[in-house]
Each structure stands twice: as C-alpha cells, then as structure tokens.
Write a protein that binds this ligand. Sequence first.
Ligand code: ARG
Length: 702
Amino acid sequence: MTSSIRFLMCSPHYYEVDYVINPWMEGNIHRSSLELAQEQWQGLYQIIANHADVDLVKPQPGWPDMVFTANAGLILDDQVVLSRFLHPERQGEEPFFKEWFESQGYTVHTLPAELPFEGAGDALLDREGRWLWAGYGFRTELDSHALVAQWLNIEVLSLHLMDERFYHLDTCFCPLTEGYLLYYPPAFDAYSNRLIELRVPAEKRIVVDEPDAVNFACNAVNIDRLVIMNQASDDLKRQLAAVGFEVMETPLTEFLKAGGAAKCLTLRVTEPLHPEPTGESGIVARTVTLTGHLLDSGLVNRALDLVVEGGGSFQVLKFDLGEQRQSTSSAEIRVSAPSLELMDEIMAQLIDLGAVALPDQEQDAHLVTINQAGVAPDDFYSSTIYPTEVRVQGQWVRVQNQRMDGVIVVSTSATGPAAVCKLLRDLQVGDQVIVGYDGIRSVRNAAERSRSTHQEEFSFMGSGVSSERRVELIVEQVAWELRRLRDQGGKTVVVAGPVVIHTGGGEHLSRLIREGYVQALLGGNAIAVHDIEQALLGTSLGVDMKQGTSVRGGHRHHLRAINTIRRYGSIANAVEQGVLTKGVFYECVRHNVPFSLAGSIRDDGPLPDTQMDLIAAQADYARLIEGCDMILMLSTMLHAIGVGNMTPAGVKMVCVDINPAVVTKLADRGSLESTGVVTDVGLFLSLLVKQLERLTQPHIAA
Ligand code: ARG
C-alpha cells in the first residue's frame, strides 16, 4: 500500500542474544530461536507494511542488535541525529545506519565522541509535533539533549528514567495521535512525572500497569488510530478503545529476550515538521547564555538537570562547542516553565550556575529602594557564595563582601557604581537593592578553570565525604596545604568545638598555633572553657585527660576555670599574669593569633571573652575570615555552618566530624573546594601534626 508514512526495519538475519547490556538479556544468551524470531519479525513487518511503507537496511554479521532500528538515530524532517551507543557491543552499528541515512539524503548530525544518545529509543516526538520527549539515565546522557534540541530546533522535555528494566524511553513511554500518551509512570522520577502531568492533560494519559509494562505494551508502533504491540491485557485494550485506538497484537517474545519489541524494531523515518508549534498558554520562557567548559565541567548537564527538576523544559538556540579542550563553549538556551513562579526558581538557580539572563546587552539589574529598615522587597535576589557581577548603568560591577543569603545593595558615587552584599538586618531606608534576576551573573567559569589547575595540589577537593580509608590521604593533603599557606603568607582559619579538647586534640591544635599554621581561631564559649580547664586542672569536663576517668569534684572544674578567668578579666590577662600557662588559648595569646568566641544560650559563665551579642559575634567572625585561604572546621556543627554561610566560594574548607550528617551538610554547600572527613577529631589532629613533622624534617623521615 502506498502511504506518506515510512518505517525503517532490519531483518533479523543475524539476530541473537549474544551479550548482556540490559536486564532482559540476562539469562537469555543464545536462548532465542532464530527461526521463531524471523517468523515474529515477519508478522510485525506485514502489519506495518499494510499501513505504511517499509524500508530495509541491510543486516550486518556481528551486530545482532541491528534489528532494533529505533536506535539508529532520531529523525525530524530531513535531519537526523545519529546514535552514539553507550555500549561497545552496539557501536559498530553506527556507520551502517549513517550510510543508510546519507543514502536517503538526510543531513546527519554526529554527536561528540563519548556523549551517548540512543536515537529514537530514547527520544520520542510528540505526535502533534509540539516538542520532543527525551529520556536519560541509562543509555543517553542528558548533555546530548542540548545538542539534539539545537540541531532539530525543537523544545526538549527531558525525562529521567529510574527503572533499569525500562532503560530506553520507548520501553515505557509512547506518545500517540492527538496528544494521547501511553506510559508506565513508575519508570520515571518524581520530577519527570510532574513534567509529564503538566504537559499531558489527565484525560489523555493512559497509564499502563506493571504486567502490561513488562510485556512491552508501551513499546508500541502507532499509526494514526492503530497501536501495534507485543501483547496487551483486556483492560488496556478497553482503555485504548475508549479513546478511539485499536490495539493490534503480534507476538515478539524472541525479541523481548533482548529487551526490545515492536517499537524498537522500527524507526519512523517520516517525521514532518509541524507548521506552527502551538503556543501553550501559561508557559513562560526566558533565554539564558552559558559560557565556559560546558561539557567538560558538566555545566550543561547541571543546568539542564536544574531546568528539568524545576518542572521546566528547554530549547537550545545556539551551541558553540569549544574547538579545543582548553577553549570555552557557549550556549544560548531558551528555558520554558509552566508558571512564572517555577520560572523564577529555575532562573535563580541557573544564575548561581553562571548563566546570564538575556537580553543582557540592554538589561540592567532591577533596583528597588528600601523603605523600611531591615526589610527587603519580596522578590529580592538572594546572594550565593559565588563571585557575582551585576549590571548597573550599562556596566558589570563585581559585588563586594560576597556571601550566602545576602541582599545586593547598589550605590553610585563619583567613581561609578558599586555593589555589596548586605544582610537583611543591615538594610537601611534608601538602600537600592537588586530584585529579580536580570542583569546578574555569577562568574563561576573562570574560577572553576583555575580551580581545576589547583586540583592537583589539593586533589581531595571536589565536594565529597571521605571514607575512613581516605582519612590518611586527606590528612597528608591538608598538611601540605597548611605548610604551603604558612610558607607563602597565606591565611588558615580554624573553627573548633569543645570535642577537640575532649578527644585529646588540644595539644595538637596548640602546636599548630605555636608553629604558625593558624591565623585565626573561631569557636564558642565551650572550647575555651574546656581548654582552660584542662590547662589549669588537667581535666576536660571533669574527666582526667591522662587517665580517662572522672575526677572527684570534677563536675565543678569547668566553673572553676571560668571563675579564674573572670577574676583576671580576660584570657589574655590570665596569660599575662602567669595564671594560664598552656593550652590552645594560651598559644593564641602568646602568638598573637586573634580568636573570637561566639556565645549561645547554654553557655556557662560565660568567659569575659565570649561575645554574647550574636550580631557582634557574626561581625567578628566575618572580619577574621576575610581573605582567608583555608578553613579547618573541627567538630562543631553550629559554628561551622555559621562560617560556611559567610564564606565566599574559592576558600578551601575541610570539615572534620565523627557525625557523617554534619560533614555532609558542610560538604554539600556545592562549592568545589569543600571536603568532609568523618573521623575522630583528636585522631585527625594527631595525624596532622605527625604529617607536618614529616614534611618539615624530610631527612629524618627518609
Ligand atoms: N538489546 C538491545 C539493547 O539493549 C535492545 C534495544 C531495544 N531498543 C529500543 N529502542 N528500546 O540495546
């Protein structure tokens, strides 16, 4: 029969289950019957040929999965994006498919090497031509979606596959005529399900149950009102019939053994452009540009992930891949979201990643004047740890005092515009603050670049929590860094909790201070109290530090320590008067290492040095952190998080705690330079001191 619809198929001449690259193939190696496979394939071929034209590509020996032509590439109009198979077992099919596409006059787009994309197995056009649904998670890399979107000039809705049985999108998802959708929701993550529900109205979604799904009911070929599949339950047939679709079953059990069925065995090669993609009402769109080492650094991936998780979709308007590894790429991406609110969330996060909202040429950041002290407009832009620039009067201005959770205040003077991060509470009437996300960019790429060169000397960077086996390695690297910073006049700040003292780390920390490795010490009342208790009375919270046993009357020891310092008016005075003669704070006083103790509700005493005005304490902390290169956070969740919030990106952070949750929290702040170590802090410090000894006396070590 003649028809304008064409499919590409490949005879199963060399078909066989020869290897395992998906769960269906497991246990089925050489278990399929070629004879039966041929018969079943013929059955499918006949049905399709009765309703459309079928082209054939020549099967090739040694490439048994070539029957699955859905994976040849993705076609739209006269363009095709050739597949880049993830598994070497299928990569040899690529040139044969390429040759066929070229012989038919298609313009063939080839993805960069090692950017997997498995064609129409993972990318399905909305049958109304409005957009492309694209899967990722198993065979196809999310990054490839950006290139596909650009080449085919179509909006892509990326769907994250979660169940390895449904490793290709077409195994669990089948767009049908008139915007209907046959699919198996549990195969997708929550974000993807939300995206599907936002785009396909409930009455058009036909949900398949697991028994049908594992019979590959979603792996169907749809021609107008006909749906061809391996097998369907009566219930599914009824559901489809109710909305005007006729199911035609044709057994394909031999192909199920390789993880494929009707749809996999075909590739629809006529996919006409639809004249006017219907403008969806309520959907808002913004264009952003991204520049940098987009693919290498995983930036595109993260950006698209963000869009997808935020319930949005994207279209790539331009994508200039850097020619060389060291040259940068740039992409112009049109982001769509179903509501302004979702769009705002997505945009804020994209800006964090370094995206710039277009049109940046004409757009200054929006400013609103504060009319109530300490209160910002609701849509204020909240700052991040990343270096940020804002566009004021046509020029990009670097924001000063960069920190997290601040508001950006812009001022103009004779020397031009200036921008600074302020805390909400510091806003004054008349301050001009930035709202929205126009004219804001965070300059992450250059930094990321320089960081990657740094990485060799400090290679544990790359946020992560270390396993115990890695502790020694990290200690080694921290020691190197401490040494380097000390020798080059850098600045290391230690934030420490009382556990440092309880675990016997006091003497090691004292030594670090004495030897010039620490330029400032931050903590609370408790670490100073316990350090001083230990120096004066030999106990920490009443426990003898040498014997490890409780001392009679020891429960009063920390109060005695506090009382003594109060008598002298300050820790420094107690040192000067010869009362306090050792310990962490003694060393600080002796070596002019500034410290700040921030108070809290549960403090005993407090020591006269403890700052009980928390706003003043935050300011002290901020001042001491300024310009530092590395921060060691030693077993204090509260103070470490406080410090994390006020520290800009680019500062190395090492968080040591026995509680993995604390470490994860800090290491998670998203900056490349934070590393967590789950271990006993006393042990960590003793290893660190030993390592430093080894570094300073290499001749002894050798
Ligand atoms: N054995 C093949 C593979 O794992 C099956 C491909 C199925 N094709 C598809 N479009 N789902 O690659």
